[in-house]
Design a binder for this molecule. Structure first.
Ligand SMILES: NC(=O)c1ccc[n+]([C@@H]2O[C@H](COP(=O)([O-])OP(=O)(O)OC[C@H]3O[C@@H](n4cnc5c(N)ncnc54)[C@H](OP(=O)(O)O)[C@@H]3O)[C@@H](O)[C@H]2O)c1
Length: 189
């Protein structure tokens, strides 16, 4: 889970207390992976496992900075999911990390452009569509296309993105998506 809404987004990583660092990393990065490892055996062999990440966990897209601890915790979660996906026991399993965009919640605040009600169906569609595709994929909310797009990590076979919202056919994706190296930006705060 994220930083408290009252946290100062300009606080640098060096200014953060060790206790807060441990709490956020424990909650956002370690705990989801512990849950997965404890419960993976309860999921059928080809069953889907997904985690909620954030666009702010993207290393490539971080040009604006801010929220350094939150970003670091989500980047760590993303890396742990890549490591999970690389395990031989996980090769046949669909895995997904989701970045929902900027949502009106206690964390996102009232200025966020998207509501929970319009975002949850998109997330459910991502999970449903991902069920039959083994390997790790990353979904991000695209403001431009108004839907969740699935991005295939470069390590696996390039595929065109899958649009989560079937009710709104999306335009042809930019060429760079077809190369499996999409760079999408989540809404800035
Ligand atoms: N909102 C956004 O703009 C946004 C953007 C990108 C990613 N995300 C991600 O989406 C997920 C949900 O965030 P949100 O915006 O929905 O935040 P939220 O409204 O504050 O909801 C957080 C949820 O997590 C629970 N929770 C909080 N701290 C916890 C803890 N230490 N242990 C167990 N559960 C805890 C809360 O439970 P209680 O209700 O019982 O307090 C609540 O159900 C997070 O992983 C967040 O990083 C959100």
């Amino acid at each position: 889970m994220p930083e408290p809404p009252t946290a100062d987004p300009s606080q640098t990583i060096g200014e953060i207390s060790t206790d807060e660092f441990m709490q956020i990393m424990l909650t956002n990065a370690l705990s989801p992976m512990r849950v997965i490892e404890q419960f993976a055996a309860q999921v059928t062999a080809g069953g889907l496992i997904g985690v909620m990440s954030s666009g702010q966990g993207s290393i490539a897209n971080n040009e604006s900075g801010q929220r350094e601890l939150y970003r670091g915790s989500k980047a760590a979660l993303n890396m742990f999911m890549r490591s999970l996906a690389a395990r031989p026991t996980m090769k046949a399993r669909p895995l997904v990390t989701m970045a929902p965009g900027w949502i009106k919640t206690a964390l996102g605040g009232p200025d966020a452009p998207y509501t929970i009600e319009e975002t949850i169906p998109l997330l459910v569609n991502v999970l449903l569509e991902k069920q039959q595709r083994p390997g790790l994929e990353i979904s991000r909310l695209s403001r431009q296309y108004g839907s969740l797009v699935m991005i295939t990590p470069r390590a696996t076979a390039p595929q065109p993105p899958t649009f989560g919202n079937r009710q709104h056919p999306a335009p042809a994706p930019p060429a760079r998506w077809q190369a499996g190296r999409a760079v999408l930006r989540c809404p800035r705060r």
